[in-house]
Design a binder for this molecule. Structure first.
Ligand code: G4P
Length: 529
């Protein structure tokens, strides 16, 4: 039991979120270097879609190969087990990122010093803010000219609706970048611009007014630093661990990931303040990580890249207890016991079969089609984890079978791709036609390509004018109002994969009119309400 408690306490499972190009991959790599998990820079493959690639979706296929390896990057640092969950930055894959965020216990937000808060950062931070996920902000690329520290902190507060407090502070910037003052540890770290240095020499400055500081960075820089820090102290609240853990306060660090500068400060503070596995709400109760019985849920499914083996890897976040190899677990949705002989645990870029994993960890289970995103596994209790809703897609098309001999394959392919969360399927009530809804236009190509290459099925698409899919909730399904709604809107009604009723509104206007006409019916933009 003692080991169990110790194992829980030393786990930190988090995600790094950012707008593409802010430096997420670079930062991840430097963190791995600190953990000794990789030996050299350049070892972590970027999972982003490179601009100007020959074909975006071929690039996605290439990335899919890489992203199995980078889905979970685990390493040890100062006896802390760190699990980094990969989050795609590309907006077409935002939903993957939202789902991954249900499995993290905290996040680090990376912001480019010159670009400040960008669009994807806003969206992702909003999701974290709504769920009170503890966040640390890392302002990157201090070796380049960028915005002034106060301006950035202000922008973060305004645009991201956060309450920040700097825990490190830059001394100069760009050409004049001299280093950072670590408010958390009260020392100065001088910038040498040598990215190969992985352990930086820090100089203890317990008293900012000491002339030592002037000797180090020069009189002018020292005075500016003193003034700005004094000002910052007046403006920003003092760091408070409880407020951070409750999502009410976000500490900020400055640095340059590429130069491996300011990263150690971030990591050292992170392992101290970031939360170990957190409790999670289920449909019947809140589950504590320290409970001895295992529970967990699927937050991601990754199809095998080898078309000959159509098995998939389901990623499970362990919420409570420990997961053991060859033990029977209940698949709650199927009410079926399953046993796993080769659960994968993740280390840096490798995966290995392990006997025991603990709450906070991620295990990868080979799956032949049992799982879909959101499924819960337990030791017998029938509880379901919530919080992985589907959002209304942005793009809609009819999907047609282009090869009548392969309709079974098409059926199966669509079914499995939907379970993976690639897109959503809606079946029209009045004629049974299938409509695919996606977040980004790219997914249509991905689906077509994967149906053909993995399932041997061919499909074509047909345009369909839908503005939003809304999930319908009626106060009283027997009411005249609801009957009227179903009759009048029959052509716009569909069922999702869970058999929930969905209204496919063709315009914002028609949605508004429908809402006005049927006040007792609720139209939800997410599948969970
Ligand atoms: P992402 O995963 O968030 O999309 O960003 P990534 O780490 O790939 O970084 C985006 C670009 O920013 C990369 O340059 C990277 O080298 C650069 N970068 C990251 N951190 C810093 C930093 O601290 N300072 C400076 N000056 N640049 C930084 P690239 O030219 O797009 O890619 P590459 O050709 O270098 O791989």
């Amino acid at each position: 039991m003692k080991t169990f408690q110790k194992e829980l306490r030393r786990r930190r499972t988090f995600g790094i979120i950012s707008h593409p190009d802010a430096g997420k991959t670079t930062l991840t790599e430097k963190l791995l270097l600190f953990g000794g998990a990789i030996q050299e820079a350049g070892a972590v493959k970027s999972n982003k879609i490179k601009k100007g690639a020959t074909s975006d979706f071929m690039e996605i296929e290439r990335q899919r190969g890489i992203s199995v390896a980078t889905s979970v990057l685990a390493f040890e640092y100062k006896d802390i087990k760190i699990n980094i969950l990969d989050t795609p930055g590309h907006k077409d894959f935002a939903e993957d990122t939202f789902r991954t965020l249900t499995a993290v216990d905290s996040v680090i937000v990376v912001i480019d010093v010159a670009k400040g808060v960008e669009e994807q950062t806003e969206k992702l931070v909003e999701v974290c803010r709504m769920r009170n996920i503890p966040m640390i902000v890392f302002i990157n690329k201090l070796d380049r000219e960028g915005k002034d520290a106060f301006e950035l902190l202000d922008e973060i507060e305004q645009k991201l609706n956060l309450t920040v407090t700097p825990l490190s502070y830059p001394i100069g910037m760009g050409y004049d970048f001299k280093g950072i003052y670590n408010i958390w540890e009260k020392n100065v770290n001088l910038f040498t611009g040598d990215p190969r240095k992985d352990i930086e020499d820090t100089i203890e400055i317990s008293d900012l007014s000491s002339s030592e500081l002037d000797d180090l960075i020069g009189n002018t820089a020292a005075n500016t630093l003193r003034d700005e820090l004094e000002l910052a102290q007046g403006v920003y609240p003092e760091f408070d661990n409880k407020a951070y853990l409750e999502g009410r306060l976000q500490p900020v660090f400055f640095g340059s990931a590429l130069n491996n500068f300011g990263v150690r400060e971030l990591l050292d503070c992170f392992i101290e303040i970031a939360p170990p596995p957190r409790p999670k709400e289920s449909d019947i109760r809140v589950v504590e990580p320290a409970e001895d019985k295992f529970t967990g849920f699927v937050f991601k499914i990754h199809a095998n890249m080898d078309p000959k083996h159509r098995d998939r890897l389901a990623f499970i976040k362990i919420v409570s207890g420990k997961f053991e190899r060859n033990k029977n677990y209940l698949h709650v949705r199927h009410n079926k016991n399953l046993k796993f002989s080769s659960p994968n645990a993740f280390f840096a870029e490798k995966k290995e079969i392990v006997d025991t994993s603990y709450a906070g960890d991620i295990v990868g289970l080979h799956d032949t089609g049992n799982f879909k995103i959101g499924d819960t596994l337990t030791e017998g209790e029938t509880l379901n984890y919530r919080g992985i809703p589907s959002f209304s897609p942005e793009h809609f098309r009819y999907i047609n079978n282009a090869d009548p001999m392969k309709s079974k394959q098409l059926e199966k392919g669509i079914d499995q791709l939907m379970d993976e969360g690639v897109a959503q399927l809606f079946v029209l009530e009045f004629n049974g036609r299938k409509v695919i809804g996606t977040v980004g236009a790219l997914q249509f190509e991905v689906i077509q390509y994967r149906l053909e290459h993995e399932y041997g099925a061919k499909c074509t698409y047909e345009n369909l004018n839908v503005f939003k899919a809304t999930w319908v909730e009626a106060e009283d399904e027997k009411s005249e109002e609801f009957k009227d709604f179903k009759r009048v809107k029959a052509k716009f009604l569909a069922k999702d994969k869970q058999d929930q009723l969905v209204f496919l509104a063709d315009s914002q206007f028609s949605l508004q009119m429908t809402q006005q006409k049927y006040p007792s019916i609720k139209f939800h933009f997410t599948s969970e309400f």
